[in-house]
Ligand binder design. Sequence first.
Ligand SMILES: NC(=O)C1=CN([C@@H]2O[C@H](COP(=O)(O)OP(=O)(O)OC[C@H]3O[C@@H](n4cnc5c(N)ncnc54)[C@H](OP(=O)(O)O)[C@@H]3O)[C@@H](O)[C@H]2O)C=CC1
Ligand SMILES: O=C(O)CCC(=O)C(=O)O
Length: 460
Amino acid sequence: MNLTKAMSTDNTKRVHDYLDEIYTTVVKRNYSEKEFHQAVALFLRSLVPLLAKYPIYMEKGILEQITEPERLITFRVPWVDDNGKTRVNRGLRVQFNSALGPYKGGLRFHPSVDSSIIKFLGFEQTFKNSLTGQPIGGGKGGADFDPKGKSDNEIMRFCQSFMMELSKYIGPNVDIPAGDIGVGAREIGYMFGQYKKIRGAFEAGVLTGKGIGYGGSLGRTESTGYGTIYFLQEMLKDSGFSLKGSTVVVSGSGNVSIYAMEKAMELGARIVACSDSNGYIYDSNGINLETVKQIKEVNAGRISEYVNKHPEASYSEGCSGIWTIPCDVALPCATQNELDEQAALTLVRNNVKAVAEGANMPSTPEAIDVFLENKVLFGPAKAVNAGGVAVSSLEMSQNSMRLSWTFEEVDEKLHEIMKNIYQNCIDAAEEFELEGNLEAAANIAGFRKVADAMIAQGVV
Ligand SMILES: NC(=O)C1=CN([C@@H]2O[C@H](COP(=O)(O)OP(=O)(O)OC[C@H]3O[C@@H](n4cnc5c(N)ncnc54)[C@H](OP(=O)(O)O)[C@@H]3O)[C@@H](O)[C@H]2O)C=CC1
Ligand SMILES: O=C(O)CCC(=O)C(=O)O
């Protein structure tokens, strides 16, 4: 990864050399962790103008510290399947940075989970959480467990075993996990039950994304998707575009995708395509969201089943083909590196106006360069999908105060937070002459708050 591509003025050579050194150490220390290298490289290249103007962050060794997690925990998760066979998975939790508050971030259950994935997610989470303005540090965790095809009892036994070990390292003022890919309200419920039993106490604030009946927040389910659209709305508004009447393509059909589609439709957009990890559907009349919800949220089925109910739609195998569908707005909401340079070039050829990242790191660095070079409005994940963790933090507040806000109250706060995040990015872009580059601006705005808190708290 060429870190020096971003900006090159005479007085930035020292900064480039410093960042190259940081990056080299990260690669050496986290050998073969490609996703983590990618997240760090993208981040570091954004900081050039900030470090050139404020060398204190280099002098205080902030980058050396911030790229090394405070703690990485790995543990064995043994469980017994429905046939009586003993299975073993690996659990992980990275507690990346606690400068702004207790570690906060989701848990991912997916066969691809390893230390690289968890570290990239935890690293990104630190700056995302900072952008929300909430008092939360960055963490992330999960297991290489595949929930697909498992019975409800198997999921429960896995969650209980996972929490048996994780419970030693978390707590309402220490580390507060939540959901991510493969972890929804059901899994959070099983983990909460087990934590309660281990502790012998009802500590509502230990997990977020809980069921509404036992300490969950209204609006948490919708928050990441709705927040994505609130951020997109701000981006479009500033450029004189509107979602009303626009054509939108959304990858994935999970939590983030479904509620991004719901809010975009409410604002007058026509969603023509969505996907899952097998393939994508195209419906030129506009996707019927109730059918998608029934297939994915109720039946845990495959998106291919959509065409059974809507024969006018088509289904295609494979995921990347979804980006060949012409659209005004593209919303990658499935997983990391799902949108590469080729896909970005195709979207640009088809006149895409805006891309907003609902998923974490869904665009490759080359794809981001294509968007920026072609002046496509580009909303980076850290800023765009921060609504989920922001409402998690609101859930923690409600738990502490022992009260529940209405859906409208939570949604209004979420909307305000997303507008603030956008404005902070715009302000950073203006200050560092990065107009049009919200990717770099979000990194700078997120980093600064964490870095200032680290300086204030000393080398610890
Ligand atoms: N949930 C949240 O609050 C937040 C989530 N995110 C990020 O958003 C993204 C989606 O998360 P979420 O919606 O919660 O997860 P879900 O598990 O609810 O949904 C994930 C969706 O992505 C699809 N998918 C998973 N892996 C791949 C792949 N390799 N190729 C194509 N599609 C894939 C899944 O398909 P299938 O059904 O076949 O598995 C599913 O449709 C992730 O990057 C996550 O980190 C970010 C902020 C908050
Ligand atoms: O709600 C949370 O704590 C975490 C959400 C999350 O995992 C994310 O923002 O990627």
